[in-house]
Design a protein around this ligand. Structure first.
Ligand code: H79
Length: 436
């Protein structure tokens, strides 16, 4: 009788666990060690590219809006980016200090950047006829950059998807989601088996035709193809991209065009454009170096990764000014990378004046702005600063009273974008609780 009660209790809790994990078998979920390794990398390149660059409008929402659908769907026939060079793109990422790269193999317009047996609407039927995804995968291997693939749920082009442009309200009665999910799975199978991505970046999971059960099916399917693949949190039916949790499917959160909040528990990655548009747009405004570096530092300071987007041109090149800006970030990282890679964020919340990162017994204070000669940090209890110095520079005078650390800033900060002060502590900086 007693063992029977235990059995009932056990069954009850295992059902609860299943419900909490969104019906994903915990045994197939991406292991924490894999995600920890992903989060150590901190900085990656997002690439949005396709035939739409011939019009210079947005890849996600210009079909049937800024560009008539018929015109849009024929752009691939003149897409001939003869100056595309996978090595150059990957080298641009490498020189920027980026550790991984994510290419839009399939965006909402439905065009495939790889030779596919599933859909003819792919790069081999353009005049270019080059496997862009394959060449990037190979170049990433050569330069030791982790190769990742963006693949969206939305597909304005496929008749089986019920909507054919953004904001459409009436469901296409001829559409068939069951067939559509099968198409997705066949395409994903090609991508995983041929290119062995480190991660799959899903998107477009917020419209009514998409059901959580499809996401569960696809997550499980991918894990059968390759158990190690990391999967972002846009594969279930939800639009809460900044969140992770038992009710949300996926391995990490994906705040878009904004820096995520400090979070020591859930892995997250902010995706953000270096200009305004995801896909290339002529004369799009480029972020200043200050904004780029401070975005990276604030992201790391919040314990997140930055997936920074470039939109290459229709001729295949990344714009010179975008590549130059990335190189400038790489130059900064050569000097200050120790305070970004493999660090944890916190314990202070990033703000407009400073952000903090930490590793071992070191606390890195990223100083963005000098408002006065002193920088006063919130009190840290049971923690003593043993030494303070500029990363790549001299000693910094400081006082510590009742836990409050006051740093005397130099007359001129050595780096106008982000000067890093290292505080050596008497304890492991990574175990300090977050100061709220
Ligand atoms: O791939 C990038 C975007 O193309 C994609 N996600 C990132 C990673 C994305 N697709 N859709 N969205 C993001 C949401 C976009 C919503 C809006 Fe709009 C775009 C609001 C305003 C402009 C759609 C078009 C709704 C109104 C106009």
């Amino acid at each position: 009788m007693r063992s029977f009660s235990y059995l009932i209790i056990f069954l009850f809790f295992s059902c609860q666990l299943k419900a909490q994990t969104n019906l994903i078998d915990p045994a197939i979920k991406t292991p924490k060690a894999v995600l920890d390794n992903f989060m150590d990398q901190r900085f990656g390149m997002f690439i949005h590219w396709g035939p739409v660059t011939l019009r210079g409008t947005e890849i996600g929402w210009s079909r049937g809006i800024n560009v008539p659908a018929d015109d849009y769907d024929n752009l691939y026939k003149e897409f001939n980016p003869v100056l595309f060079n996978a090595d150059e793109w990957v080298k641009t990422a490498k020189d920027a200090g980026m550790k991984y790269l994510t290419i839009t193999a399939k965006h909402h317009d439905g065009f495939l950047l790889w030779p596919s047996a599933v859909s003819d609407y792919n790069i081999m039927n353009s005049p270019y006829k080059v496997d862009v995804v394959g060449l990037l995968a190979a170049a990433c291997k050569k330069y030791d950059i982790r190769f990742c693939i963006y693949f969206t749920v939305l597909d304005w082009h496929d008749p089986n998807y019920p909507f054919h442009k953004p904001g459409q309200k009436n469901i296409d009665a001829k559409a068939d989601m069951k067939k559509f999910v099968l198409t997705m799975k066949s395409e994903i199978q090609e991508l995983v088996n041929n290119y062995h991505p480190y991660m799959l970046w899903f998107d477009g999971n917020w419209e009514s035709p998409w059901k959580n059960e499809y996401g569960i099916d696809i997550y499980t399917y991918i894990k059968k193809l390759d158990p190690k693949v990391i999967i972002n949190n846009r594969i279930g039916a939800n639009s809460e991209h900044t969140k992770l949790g038992p009710e949300i499917l996926g391995d990490y959160a994906t705040p878009e065009q904004k820096i995520g909040a400090l979070n020591m528990n859930d892995p997250w990655e902010t995706c953000m454009t270096i200009c305004n548009q995801w896909a290339w747009k002529p004369n799009d405004s480029l972020k200043s170096l200050k904004e780029c570096i401070q975005t990276l530092a604030k992201t790391a300071g919040g314990n997140g990764n930055l997936l920074f987007n470039v939109g290459p041109m229709p001729d295949g090149r990344i714009e010179k000014r975008q590549a130059t800006r990335l190189k400038e970030m790489g130059n900064w990282l050569k000097l200050y990378g120790e305070s970004i890679y493999k660090t944890k964020g916190g314990p202070f919340k990033p703000n407009e004046i400073y952000a903090a990162t930490r590793k071992g017994n070191k606390l890195y204070i990223h100083v963005f702005d000098k408002k006065s000669n002193e920088l006063i940090l919130p009190a840290l209890h049971a923690v003593l600063v043993r030494k303070a110095f500029l990363l790549n520079g001299g000693a910094i005078n400081y006082q510590q009273a009742a836990g409050v650390i006051t740093l005397q800033l130099p007359a001129q900060l050595p780096d106008q974008n982000d000067s890093v002060i290292v505080l050596e502590l008497n304890t492991n900086a990574e175990s300090i609780p977050v100061i709220s």
